[in-house]
Design a protein around this ligand. Structure first.
Ligand SMILES: [Zn+2]
Length: 452
C-alpha cells in the first residue's frame, strides 16, 4: 500500500497559487516547497541534521550520479538511500535521463580514471624511470575526447560514463528498477529531455518517445508491486508489500514509491499542450514538467507553465524540474507549481554569492545576492543579511565569512550554504503563509520593491 497522498489546503483567488500537503511514508511536505538538490546523495558541505534543522522536508537525489558512484549495489546493501545517507525524511529521485541526455553536449571523459588512462600511465612508466613517474602524469583534470557519449533509440539510451568511459544502458524499465532499488519516496518516469534550442521535428519525436517511455515506466512500476498480496507481518504492525519474486525491482523495498510522469515538448505550444493532456491522463501519482531550465529564457519557461498547468488534473501534485532561482519562485508558484528543485542557491553559496533581504548600500544586487568575496566586506561586522535568523547570521559577520572565502577555508562553504538555504526556505514558507492569508500578490510586490 502506498503511503502517498496529496491534498490542497488553500487556493489563491487571484492566481493559480495553492497551498497543499504531500504525504509520504517519511512525513508530510507542505507545498509550495523548494527541494534542495543533493546530486551525489549529499547537499554539499551540510549534514542531514543541518538540513532537517533548516526545515527541509524533501530532498532530491540524481539517479545517474549515484548509479555510477557508489553504485546501486552499495546503496541496496546499506538498506536503501535513506539509510545510506542517514536521511529519514522524504526523498525524490529522478529517472537519470536528464543527466544522460546532457552528456550529448559533452565530448570528453575524465581520462585520469579510465582504463585507457591506466594503459597510458604504464606507457609513461616504461618511457621514464620509476622515480620520475608521479601521479601528476595522469591527473584529475586530464580530459580526453571520446566521441559521442550518448546514443538514443526508441527502446532506450546507451551512454558512456563521464567518470571512466564505461558503457551503460538505461531503458524506462531499467530506470524504474534502479529507482525502486534506491528506495526514494517519489520517483520519476524515464523521459527524453530535448536540448535547447532544438527543431520542432526533434522536439516532437522526443515528446512521442517520452510518452511511450511514460507508458512503459508506469506498466513496469505497477507490475513491480501487487497490492493484492499485501501481508501484515508478525514482527511489525506496519503493512509490508509482498513482492513478486520475478520482479527485478523488488529487492530491498518496503515502501511503494509514488511515480511522477514527465511532460515534455520543448518551447512549442501545441507539443506542450499535447504532452500535458497525454501524461495528465495517465495513472501517475504526480506530474513533473521537464525540459525547462535547459537554456530557454525565463519568459519562455513561464509560458511553458502557462500552457501546461491549466490542462493538468487539480488533484495531483506538480513538480517543476530544475527551476528555483529567487525571482522564478514567485513566477512558478503563481502558475500553480507545488514543488521545484534547483541547485542555484547552494551553488551560488559556494561561489560566495549570498542572498540579502534588501538592496545593499544602494548598489544593485545580482541574483538577489552580495558577493562576499569583494574587499568591501573585509571590515563589515554586520550579519550577511539584516534580520536573518540562520545560524550563520546569528553567529558570524560578513568580515569573517569574507575572510574564510579569501583563504579558502572549508567552513566558508558550509556557512554560506546554511544561509542561502535558510533564505530560500524562509521565502517559500512566507509565500505559503501569504497564500493562506490571501495576500500572495501583495507580498510579491513588496518583496521586489526592496531590491529597487
Ligand atoms: Zn542568514
Amino acid at each position: 500500500m502506498s503511503e502517498f497522498g496529496f491534498k490542497i489546503l488553500h487556493t489563491d483567488k487571484k492566481t493559480r497559487a495553492r497551498v497543499g500537503e504531500i504525504t509520504t511514508a517519511h512525513g508530510k511536505i507542505e507545498t509550495p516547497a523548494f527541494v534542495p538538490v543533493g546530486t551525489q546523495a549529499t547537499v554539499k558541505s551540510l549534514t542531514p541534521d543541518e538540513l532537517k534543522n533548516l526545515g527541509v522536508k524533501l530532498f532530491f537525489v540524481n539517479t545517474y550520479h549515484v548509479y555510477l558512484r557508489p553504485g546501486v549495489e552499495v546503496i541496496q546493501n546499506a538498506g536503501g538511500l535513506h539509510a545510506f545517507m542517514n536521511w529519514h525524511q522524504s526523498l525524490i529521485t529522478d529517472s537519470g535521463g536528464f543527466q544522460v541526455f546532457s552528456l550529448k553536449n559533452k565530448k570528453y571523459i575524465n581520462f585520469a580514471f579510465s582504463e585507457t588512462a591506466v594503459l597510458h600511465q604504464e606507457k609513461v612508466s616504461k618511457r621514464l624511470s620509476q622515480k620520475q613517474v608521479t601521479n601528476e602524469h595522469v591527473y584529475a583534470g586530464d580530459y580526453r575526447p571520446v566521441g559521442e557519449l550518448v546514443k538514443i533509440d526508441d527502446e532506450g539510451v546507451t551512454f558512456t560514463s563521464h567518470w571512466d568511459g564505461s558503457t551503460h544502458r538505461f531503458t524506462p524499465e531499467k530506470s524504474i528498477a534502479i529507482q525502486h532499488q534506491l528506495g526514494a519516496d517519489l520517483i520519476i518516469a524515464f523521459d527524453e529531455c530535448a536540448p535547447y534550442p532544438t527543431t520542432y521535428e526533434y522536439a516532437k519525436s522526443a515528446m512521442v518517445r517520452t510518452h511511450n517511455w511514460a507508458k512503459r515506466s508506469l506498466v513496469f512500476h505497477q507490475r513491480s508491486y501487487t497490492s493484492s498480496t499485501q501481508v501484515k507481518t508478525n514482527q511489525s504492525s506496519h503493512y509490508r508489500i509482498n513482492f513478486k519474486k520475478s520482479s527485478p525491482s523488488s529487492l530491498n523495498k518496503k515502501i511503494r514509491p509514488a511515480l511522477y510522469g514527465v511532460i515534455q515538448g520543448s518551447i512549442f505550444e501545441d507539443l506542450r499542450k499535447k504532452s500535458a493532456k497525454v501524461i495528465g491522463q495517465m495513472d501517475f501519482a504526480g506530474l513533473a514538467i521537464g525540459g525547462v531550465s535547459v537554456g530557454e529564457n525565463k519568459i519562455q519557461m513561464c509560458q511553458v507553465c502557462d500552457w501546461v498547468i491549466p490542462l493538468l488534473p487539480q488533484n495531483k501534485p506538480r513538480h517543476l524540474l530544475g527551476v528555483g532561482e529567487i525571482d522564478d519562485i514567485f513566477d512558478i508558484v503563481e502558475r500553480g507549481v507545488d514543488t521545484f528543485d534547483c541547485v542555484q542557491p547552494t551553488r551560488l553559496a559556494r561561489m560566495g554569492h549570498l542572498f540579502t533581504n534588501h538592496n545593499f548600500q544602494n548598489a544593485r544586487t545580482q541574483n538577489f545576492s552580495i558577493d562576499i568575496t569583494k574587499k568591501i566586506y573585509s571590515k563589515d561586522f554586520r550579519p550577511i543579511s539584516q534580520g536573518c535568523v540562520c545560524d550563520t547570521c546569528q553567529n558570524f559577520t560578513r568580515a569573517f565569512v569574507h575572510h574564510l572565502f579569501r583563504v579558502r577555508e572549508l567552513l566558508a562553504y558550509r556557512l554560506a550554504t546554511i544561509h542561502n538555504l535558510h533564505f530560500v526556505l524562509t521565502l517559500v514558507s512566507n509565500i505559503r503563509q501569504h497564500i493562506k492569508a490571501g495576500t500572495f500578490s501583495k507580498y510579491k510586490k513588496e518583496f521586489f520593491l526592496k531590491y529597487k
